[in-house]
Design a protein around this ligand. Sequence first.
Ligand SMILES: Nc1ncnc2c1ncn2[C@@H]1O[C@H](COP(=O)(O)OP(=O)(O)O)[C@@H](O)[C@H]1O
Ligand SMILES: [Mg+2]
Length: 250
Amino acid sequence: MEILEIQNLTKIYKDGTTALRDISFNVKKGEFAIIIGSSGAGKSTILRSINRLVQPTSGSILFQNKEITTSSKGELRKIRREMGMIFQGFHLIKRVSVLKNVLHGRLGYMNSFKGAIGAFSKEDEEAAWSLLERVGLTDQAYKRAGELSGGQQQRVAIARALAQKPALILADEPIASLDPTTSETIMNYLYQICHEDGITCIVNLHQVEVAKRYATRILGVQQGTIIFDGSATELSDSEIQHIYQKKLVV
Ligand SMILES: Nc1ncnc2c1ncn2[C@@H]1O[C@H](COP(=O)(O)OP(=O)(O)O)[C@@H](O)[C@H]1O
Ligand SMILES: [Mg+2]
């Protein structure tokens, strides 16, 4: 079953930069898809179009059969809470506790008053604790998020995304600022949890070796176009070279 259907997506930024040129691809429920490509290829623009942090110039994005590109603010709020986001820079509230950061994943489900005063339900608190347990951080729950190491902060960000009970997780270069060992830990958590919970995941990466290890499917982007779509075993060295090669300007 398709969870995401992207058709003829084009994004031209206000300054005239064409970031995506007429791209189309579908993602099936339960896939762990990894988008690779060099810096500036358009990876972030794809993820940001999916949760509409970026407004596409043209094309269609169906998420669970709902059109995202034209949805109203109210619809968008509902759509966004089903999409967990994970960023390179973690995007935690550093002065607030680890537990509170995880609970913030529930804000999309609360009215703004309850959200503002932090009136989380008993179930939400219990769920947050069990998520912290899954990412091995129960002993850090009352620390300020900013005191944790980068790898630990990214585990908090994973727990926060999961607190949303998302159908889809979008991770934009989640390991770009981490060392190789920590990167592996993060990828293991992300892969394992998505697999266990049946959450579909799309991850932007530029480490090809990591992509090959985890991806159920790899999409190769170059200058706003998808030039590879297949399995890790289908991704040959010459395909990799092709993806990372800068096009000559003629
Ligand atoms: N807000 C923006 N305004 C103008 N150009 C942008 C903006 N964001 C990204 N771009 C440009 O769009 C292209 C794709 O960027 P991006 O999606 O960030 O690529 P990647 O994530 O693969 O590095 C690049 O040429 C980048 O400079
Ligand atoms: Mg990017």
